[in-house]
Design a protein around this ligand. Sequence first.
Ligand code: IPD
Ligand code: CA
Ligand code: CA
Length: 264
Amino acid sequence: MQPMLNIAVRAARSAGDLILRSTDNIGHLQVDQKGKNDFASEVDRKSEREIINIIRAAYPDHAILAEESGAHKGNEFVWIIDPLDGTTNFLHGFPQYAVSIALKVKGRLEVGVIYDPLRDELFTARRGGGAMLNNRRIRVTRQSGMKGALIGTGFPFKTAAHLDAYVGMFKAITTDSAGIRRAGSAALDLAYVAAGRLDGFWEIGLMEWDMAAGVLLIKEAGGVVTDFSFNDKYIESGNLIAGNPKMHQIMYQLIEPHVTQSLR
Ligand code: IPD
Ligand code: CA
Ligand code: CA
C-alpha cells in the first residue's frame, strides 16, 4: 500500500498548494449553495479535479467517491476524497481547513491522508503501519477522565432536527471537561485526536469523506471510533464518537442517554 499512500500524499499536497494560492482571491470566488449552510466554491471543485487527475493518472482502474463530483466507477479500490474540508472557514479566511483522502479496498480502510496547507502539517496512516504527522509517529492521549480533557465537536448546523439531542450531549460533556472546541474541519478534528491534541471528538451528521482518513488515523494511533450505539456503523449513520479507549468509553456513557432512535 506504500505506493498508494505516496500518491495520496502527492495529491493532497498538490491540492493544498492550489487552495493556498487561492486565498488571496477569496472575495471573488464563485460560490454555490448546495443546501442550508452547505457551500462549495470553485476552489473545492478545482482541488477535487487536481486530486482525481493525480489518482487517475496512477490508477486508472480505481473507483472514486468525491464530495463534489460523486461516485466514479472502477474496481474494488475506492478513493474517498474531501477536496477542502472546512469550506466555510476557508471562505471567511478563518485559518482551519484541510484536504482529506482515504483509500478503501474491499470495504476496508487501507490509507488515509489529511493535509493542512496553512501549517504544512501532513497526517498519514497506513493500515498496520501506524499514524504519522510529518513522518513522526503520533499517538492518542493517555487522558483517563473528563477532568482536564479537551474535547472537539461539530455543531449540527445543516438541520435543526438533532439540535435538542446535541444540546443534551453538549451539556453532559461540557460539565466535566476542561473545554470543548468547534474548529470547523472534522477531518482536522479527527487528525488532532490521533495526534493527541484532542482527548476526544463527537459529531452528528458527517459524510464518509469527512471521516474516512481521520478514522484510520485514529485507529492507527491507538484510538477507538464508534457510532452512537457502540458499533462501527458511523459511515452509515454519520454519527461518530472518537478518543483513546478510556475517553471513548467515558464519552459514550455521557452521550448515550441523549441519543434518539433516529441517531442510532
Ligand atoms: C464540514 C466540516 C465541518 C463539519 C461538517 C462538514 P465541509 O465539511 O468538516 O467541521 O461540522 O459536518 O460538512 O463541508 O467543509 O467539507
Ligand atoms: Ca467535509
Ligand atoms: Ca468539503
